[in-house]
Write a protein that binds this ligand. Structure first.
Ligand SMILES: NC(=O)c1ccc[n+]([C@@H]2O[C@H](COP(=O)([O-])OP(=O)(O)OC[C@H]3O[C@@H](n4cnc5c(N)ncnc54)[C@H](O)[C@@H]3O)[C@@H](O)[C@H]2O)c1
Length: 289
């Protein structure tokens, strides 16, 4: 299965390397990739245009920053739709707006291309290892056809519903992760203020029912050691949480805890720059009035 990856950033570059390691013929397109020489050495064919990539491949994997760019790449002039042919499948691994994903699916429905959304977890490390978790939205037959690519890129995958459902599920995941980071940041400060050893307290929490992905993974890997180098930026997390905020607003549901956490994330932009690691939110304390 010939595979093309559009967007070779922190995640897409790792996916291209994993696809090659699994033996897939792999093409890549990104006018601004930082990983050019590593990708070329691994045998990824880097092309200078989107059209050149689409002409070669069976599966077009997207790993792009946001839905505006995804719409431009798929539906825009000179985009994937314009150059696509029957039998090709677009697998969108970006974290994106589910409404935009459904709009793209509708635009593709009358043409030759199929769309599956498969946003991912695990960060650049899992993208490089081919062990990402993927939440899939789409037609079961399309997902089945993607098996060689999914085997190359993922360690775990869950089919959560029709097109767009993957992107919705990912927003719920990141909303819960965002709330959890704020809560764990508060717990760390309170524990320190009480003179407790935070490492030991978290060890206790991780043996109990208060544990989470944040306490089990983020705390030891990026937070307590001061590394803050997860490869996932504040800018991308804020994008995801803006989309989560829209999802809450549309639902009209009472969600005071989510709303307060989302407000803190939005307010943190005043002191935490977009290129900071997203885990930095644990240190965010609102200035006293
Ligand atoms: N980094 C993570 O830990 C992580 C984890 C899960 C999901 N995601 C999601 O995956 C997606 C990619 O994240 P990332 O961290 O790799 O971002 P990134 O900013 O490192 O990479 C995005 C890449 O897209 C390229 N690009 C932009 N416009 C393009 C275009 N028109 N054509 C081709 N390439 C284009 C950029 O040059 C850049 O290299 C985002 O939607 C993000 O929310 C990231």
């Amino acid at each position: 299965m010939k595979t093309g990856i559009i967007g070779l950033g922190n995640m897409g570059a790792g996916m291209a390397l994993s696809a090659r390691r699994a033996g897939l013929e792999t093409w890549g397109y990104d006018p601004d990739t930082r990983a050019r020489s590593e990708l070329e050495q691994a045998g990824v064919v880097l092309v200078e245009s989107l059209a050149a990539l689409v002409a070669q491949v069976d599966v077009i994997v997207l790993s792009l920053p946001n839905s505006d760019i995804i719409e431009q790449v798929v539906l825009g002039p000179g985009g994937v739709l314009e150059h696509g042919r029957a039998g090709q499948i677009v697998l969108d691994t970006s974290t994106a707006d589910p409404a935009s994903t459904q709009k793209i699916a509708q635009a593709l429905a009358s043409g030759p291309l199929r769309l599956v959304d498969g946003p991912v977890s695990g960060g650049p490390k899992a993208a490089h290892a081919g062990s990402m978790t993927m939440l899939l939205g789409g037609d079961p037959a399309d997902i089945e056809r993607l098996t060689p690519v999914l085997d190359a890129l993922t360690g775990k995958r869950v089919h959560v519903g029709p097109v767009g459902a993957g992107h919705s599920a990912k927003l719920f995941n990141n909303l819960l992760c965002g709330i959890n980071l704020v809560a764990v940041g508060e717990a760390i400060r309170v524990a320190r203020a009480a003179g407790l050893n935070v490492q030991q307290i978290l060890e206790g929490v991780n043996a109990g029912s208060g544990r989470s992905g944040v306490t089990e993974v983020n705390c030891p890997t990026w937070i307590l050691n001061g590394a803050f180098n997860s490869g996932f930026t504040m800018k991308l997390m804020r994008k995801d949480l803006r989309l989560a905020t829209e999802m809450l607003e549309k639902s009209g549901e009472h969600a005071p805890l989510s709303r307060e956490a989302l407000r803190l994330w939005a307010d943190s932009a005043a002191v935490l720059a977009d290129d900071e690691d997203f885990n930095r939110i644990v240190d965010f304390v609102e200035p006293k009035e």
